[in-house]
Design a protein around this ligand. Sequence first.
Ligand SMILES: [Ca+2]
Length: 242
Amino acid sequence: MKRLLLLCCFAFIFGTAVVLAQVPDTPTDPSRLDSSTIGVTQQGSDIKEYVIDSFERLASWYPKIDYDVGLSKVKFIEGGPAANAENAGETQTGEAFEGNQYVLGVKCEYLKAYHSELYIYRVNPVQVRGVTKTISVWTLGRMYRHQMYVIVENFQGLVSELYMGDLMFQGWKKMEVAVPPAITQEDYYYPQYGGIKIIGFKVKLNPREMFRPFYIYFDDLRVNTDIFPESFIREDDIPDEW
Ligand SMILES: [Ca+2]
């Protein structure tokens, strides 16, 4: 009888563990991620905020949408979010950012309403220093139920799309996302390699909102990044690239 009782207890505990292990993860909410722990894989940190792109240079971004879904184009337009009028910051080279005048405008005219994506790519993807913890961009919304992603590529060539949120807001909003630790940004053996590149943005289009031309604007793309790993790089190192 005791043996049977013990067997029942064991089966109950084991069964509960299996059920708990099968509980699916809840969807990641970008606003609930703790950026202070994202990407930190070693002791020590040196967090810096850098202006990556303020969308001031013509011909540095281009749009892409399937040709049978719509037509898209970009334009640099004077203006910007009043809440970010100062737009002060520092570039990755340590220089003070100045000269903020334009935003990037993207226009898309649909040929049909269809589940599809609008991409906005940078001509030369930006290599970000260190271990990027958060990416933010000011975005002008028009209450459309589209969803926005930032596209990054890590040093191993793996491309990821990070969900920044939906576009259900009116006016300018600072959209921000934490880069999850699942995206490898450090090479244990080669500290001089690592990090991510910011490739561009993706707008996942909702067919119910594809009944008139779609406009979206971007300004002030910046990151919070931990440049502590750079302290392991030696100036007299020799690259293993021969
Ligand atoms: Ca700007």
